[in-house]
Structures are given as structure tokens and as C-alpha cells.
Ligand binder design. Sequence first.
Ligand SMILES: Cc1cc2nc3c(=O)[nH]c(=O)nc-3n(C[C@H](O)[C@H](O)[C@H](O)COP(=O)(O)OP(=O)(O)OC[C@H]3O[C@@H](n4cnc5c(N)ncnc54)[C@H](O)[C@@H]3O)c2cc1C
Length: 225
Amino acid sequence: MKISVLDKGWVELQDLLGDDLAIVNAARVSYLGASKGAARDRKLLRYLYEHDHGTPFEMVVFKFRVKAPEVVFRQWVRHRIGSFNVQSRRYTEVEDDDLYTPDGWRLQDTENKQGSKDTLDAESSTLLARELARIYAECAAQYRRALALGVAREQARLFLPGFAVYSTFIWAVNARSLMNFLRLRLDQRAQWEIRQYAQAVWTIFREKLPWTAEIFAEKEQIAWD
Ligand SMILES: Cc1cc2nc3c(=O)[nH]c(=O)nc-3n(C[C@H](O)[C@H](O)[C@H](O)COP(=O)(O)OP(=O)(O)OC[C@H]3O[C@@H](n4cnc5c(N)ncnc54)[C@H](O)[C@@H]3O)c2cc1C
């Protein structure tokens, strides 16, 4: 399952350990029980969530492969409960089109210092888009020039616009930590770009853990679509 995000990114589910029932069965190990049918299993899941009985949710582990620009990755990697392996730009060259180009420009929110709202007018947007494309082309050309001179990849990348560079990473995360990620990164206060990735992760989560997702969405007031 692979979902496109932004202009060149994606989120792909690579592996999954467990399902809704694995959470239920982990909780019932307390008294060596197992599934008691869908209705009672769902009721138990709800009880676990409502009473912060978190560890059964850790029995399910998702492994995602993600392609995201640095501006998103540096926020994502702040989620410490999970494991990351990241493409190294010391090993691999950045391709010319490995740079994020937004499809519009948001204005600074005057109330929320971290946020944005509304969009720049069409004429200014076109000018900025053109300027960004020019700068990206110049950066890419300088990067290639440095590589052609034999400069190491680890240093040649100084010519690149760091926040914009796409990389691929693997993220293994348990369902408990993943719900924390979703709660924080689907929120309107999170940056729009990472919200798009969280939305893709949420789509996969809903499909794979539908019972848990339903309770989580209800309790945390997360939109279903
Ligand atoms: C809208 C928004 C704005 C943000 N702005 C900033 C910012 O300006 N600057 C900035 O530096 N960060 C910022 N962050 C990052 C934020 O502070 C968290 O680092 C990030 O969201 C990860 O959340 P987390 O710690 O809950 O997740 P994880 O690191 O995955 O941790 C999951 C949970 O494990 C527990 N935990 C993990 N590590 C510890 C620990 N060392 N001690 C105790 N409990 C622990 C906590 O209960 C935590 O909620 C922002 C995040 C959001 C969503």
C-alpha cells in the first residue's frame, strides 16, 4: 500500500506485525484468555484505550517506508518512540528533481507564531514559484559542478537547499506511539506538509486496525476522512 504525498513524496506500508486482535489477546494474557468474539473484543479495546492501558497497543508494529523533504523529516524524527533508518546523502547523490516544490504559498499566521493561514495572491505566487525554480536549478548545477570536481558528496550537498531535499527513510513504530504521532501531526497546529504525511499514515492505520482506529478517532476527535 503506497500513498503519494506532496509533489514527489510517498508513504508505503512495508510490514505489519499484528492486528486489532493482537491487542485484545495481549490484554487477555493477564488471565490467559483469548478472543471472545467481535463485540466483546471491541468493548475490551475501548476499555483499554479509555483507561490508558497502553502496553497492549505496543504489540502491533508498523514499518513504513517514506519519501519526504527535510522540512518534514526533521519534525518526524522528533518522535523518539520508534526506530528510523535514513537514506544517507553521503552515500547517494541528490537527483535534480529531489527537491520539494510547494504548489502554493501560505501566509504567516499573525496569531499562531508557528502557523500559516490563507494564501498569497496569484501574481506574487507565480513570481515566487519562478524564483524558487531558478534557485533550485542553480543549486543543483553548483552541486553537480562540485561533484564533477571530485568533491565528496558529504560536502557537495552544502550547495543544496537543505529544507527542500527529499530523502527516503524507514520508520518502525508501535501502534501506541503511532497514535501519539497521529494525534499531534493531524492537528491543525502542525505544519501543513507533515499533516499531509500524517493523513497518509492515518489512511493506512484505519485500514489495518479498524477497531482501534474507530475508538482513537472518537476519543481524540480525529476526522475520519
Ligand atoms: C505543533 C507542534 C509544534 C512543535 N514545536 C516544537 C518546537 O518549537 N520546538 C521543539 O523542539 N519541538 C517542537 N515540537 C516537537 C514536540 O515537542 C515533540 O518533540 C514531538 O511532537 C514528539 O512528541 P512526543 O515527545 O510526544 O513523541 P515521542 O518522542 O515519540 O514520545 C512519545 C511519548 O513517550 C514519552 N516520552 C518519550 N521520551 C520521553 C522522555 N525523555 N521523558 C519522558 N517521557 C518521554 C512521552 O509520554 C511522549 O509523549 C512540536 C510539535 C508539534 C506537534
